[in-house]
Design a protein around this ligand. Structure first.
Ligand code: S3P
Length: 176
């Protein structure tokens, strides 16, 4: 089974993705980590040197490659990945799309330590909580539109607990 994780920064996509991949004996891939590996640079540097739109295009190229792979894959995406229609089409081709959420204050608590690595939250005049709230408001319709399932990760004690719950839901879908 393939699984795709989407959601805002700090909602736990990478940690939950890793736990899911272990449980499923699948390959785990984090699009940010893969793009950093390919470029030999941090995402923040890619943004600074080549701009957000070039970063977004490399995300799309990576998804095109992944959509043609046959091996089981758990894919954790960047927070902005579902904003492009091309990406959404490719994500749907890869597998069921799980949207991870968390309240803005929880998100900020999780990303606060490395704000400098988050180009969209760092170095802006407004306060980081307001920025998280504003971006979340802008993006929620995109996430909601593409997601097959939604899980609030702040309701769980560990990433493994979120992963187990997701697998139970996928294996025993509730039909209403
Ligand atoms: C981004 C989220 C980041 C990374 C880049 C842009 C976004 O990924 O792709 O900084 O637009 O929300 P994470 O969600 O994994 O932090």
């Amino acid at each position: 089974m393939n699984i795709v994780l989407i959601g805002f920064m700090g909602t736990g996509k990478s940690a939950v993705g890793q736990a899911l991949a272990e449980m499923l004996h699948a390959r785990f891939l984090d699009t940010d980590a893969e793009l950093e590996r390919e470029a030999g640079k941090h995402v923040a540097e890619i943004f600074a040197e080549r701009g957000e739109s070039a970063f977004r295009s490399s995300e799309t190229l990576l998804l095109q490659r992944l959509a043609n792979e046959k091996k089981p894959l758990v894919l954790s995406t960047g927070g902005g990945t579902p904003l492009r229609a091309d990406n959404v089409r490719l994500l749907r081709k890869i597998g069921p799309i799980i949207w991870l959420t968390a309240p803005p204050a929880t998100i900020l608590g999780r990303v606060r330590r490395n704000l400098s690595q988050r180009p969209l939250l760092a170095s802006h005049g407004d306060d980081p909580l307001a920025r998280v709230q504003r971006l979340l408001k802008e993006r929620t319709p995109y996430y909601a539109q593409v997601a097959d399932y939604e899980f609030d990760t702040s309701n769980f004690a560990t990433s493994s607990a979120v992963a187990s719950y997701i697998l139970t839901m996928l294996r025993n879908p509730v039909v209403v």
